[in-house]
Ligand binder design. Structure first.
Ligand SMILES: [Zn+2]
Length: 97
């Protein structure tokens, strides 16, 4: 385990602690993932792990980071996508990547 990776994990643990270690929607404490409350296209999914943690810290400082479990996160991702594309699609259209 490299020093950089250890530090990234410490950042992640700190953020989880700050956000209460539970899914904001259902209270689950397993499979937790960070989510931008307001979708922000900063390309953080393309970043290396540590840079992504730093991006999460930045969002948490402006109050835009929340903790969701994998199930709720997937549900929100779908909602975010639908809201962004609503004018172009009909209800329940398949997701285009
Ligand atoms: Zn949940």
């Amino acid at each position: 385990m490299s020093y950089a990776a250890t530090t990234a994990r410490q950042i992640r643990d700190h953020l989880r602690h700050t956000l209460g270690r539970a899914c904001l929607w259902c209270g689950s404490t397993t499979d937790l993932q960070f989510d931008y409350e307001l979708p922000t296209p900063d390309g953080h999914h393309e970043l290396a792990y540590r840079s992504r943690m730093v991006a999460y810290v930045r969002q948490s400082r402006v109050g835009n980071l929340q903790l969701l479990c994998a199930t709720c996160h997937a549900r929100k991702a779908d909602q975010d996508w639908v809201m962004t594309h609503l004018p172009q699609i009909s209800d329940r259209a398949p997701r285009q990547l």
